[in-house]
Write a protein that binds this ligand. Structure first.
Ligand code: SF4
Length: 85
């Protein structure tokens, strides 16, 4: 089954609060540099990270995005590029 959503992290703006890793540890972890990483995510040239995720993993990552105090976690629909959060 193809992945339906794109999870994105504006890593440069992450303040390293740890909320995403606490809320959604399957997909988020803290790095030694004090910021978070998407587990298995790809580092883009623009400094963001991204990972394609399945529908079943959408809700957990939406909660991570909602927990982020600086709103640097985003979710998009892959087919339409529609930004969800
Ligand atoms: S919740 Fe936001 S600011 Fe906090 S570690 Fe995660 S991405 Fe960074």
């Amino acid at each position: 089954m193809s992945k339906k959503f794109l999870l994105e992290h504006d890593r440069a703006e992450c303040i390293g609060c740890g909320a995403c890793a606490a809320v959604c540890p399957l997909f988020w972890e803290m790095n030694d540099d004090g910021k978070s990483d998407i587990k298995g995510g790809k580092n883009r040239d623009d400094g963001w990270q991204e990972l394609e995720i399945d529908e079943k993993d959408f809700e957990a990552n939406k909660q991570a995005a909602e927990s982020c105090p600086v709103n640097v976690i985003h979710l998009k629909k892959k087919d339409s590029n529609e930004k969800i959060i």
